[in-house]
Design a protein around this ligand. Structure first.
Ligand code: HEC
Length: 140
């Protein structure tokens, strides 16, 4: 009886741990090789937009993104892979596929093929949200 009780407690503890872990990390979906939590589309940008934030986003874009995405965002930067051009960030029609939270994880986790570097080791989270405010101004 005592042994059964101990086993039972162990099971409950194990279940609690798994549930806690799951809550911490929402399940990932990876459409086209991107790693994006399923909850990402409803994530909202925690950085409020302002002219200063847009200006800072532009500086970040110039420093980190322009070499591939190009000065105007059409994807013609000098480091763009001609075989796999980066998507046109100015294409307003792609906005529906790229809510802020989805763009956040595309930038944060990157993608293997076509290669977009992951910026999680290179940028602060709020800087990623800041650059998102800027790239949205490039949309037509
Ligand atoms: C080494 C080149 C490279 C760099 C640097 C780079 N990207 Fe990308 N980016 C890509 C490629 C390649 C894709 C994927 C193109 C595709 O999906 O066909 C991409 C895709 C994206 C997308 C998704 C576009 C869409 O419509 O799905 C966003 C958003 C994006 N990049 C933002 C950024 C931002 C912001 C930075 C700088 C912090 C950055 N990228 C830096 C190459 C790059």
């Amino acid at each position: 009886m005592r042994r059964l009780l101990v086993a039972g407690c162990g099971l409950v503890a194990a279940l609690a741990v798994t549930t806690a872990l799951r809550a911490q990390q929402p399940p990932m979906s990876n459409p086209d090789g991107w790693q994006i939590p399923q909850t990402a589309p409803t994530d909202t940008n925690p950085v409020a937009s302002s002219p200063q934030v847009i200006a800072k986003g532009k500086d970040l874009y110039k420093a980190k993104c322009e070499r591939c995405h190009g000065a105007t965002g059409v994807g013609n930067g000098p480091d763009a892979d001609p075989e796999h051009m980066p998507n046109d960030l100015t294409d307003g029609k792609r906005a529906a596929r790229n809510p802020d939270g989805v763009m956040y994880y595309k930038i944060w986790n990157g993608r293997k093929k076509p290669k977009m570097p992951a910026f999680k080791t290179d940028m602060a989270q709020n800087d990623v949200w800041t650059v998102i405010h800027y790239i949205k101004t490039l949309r037509k």
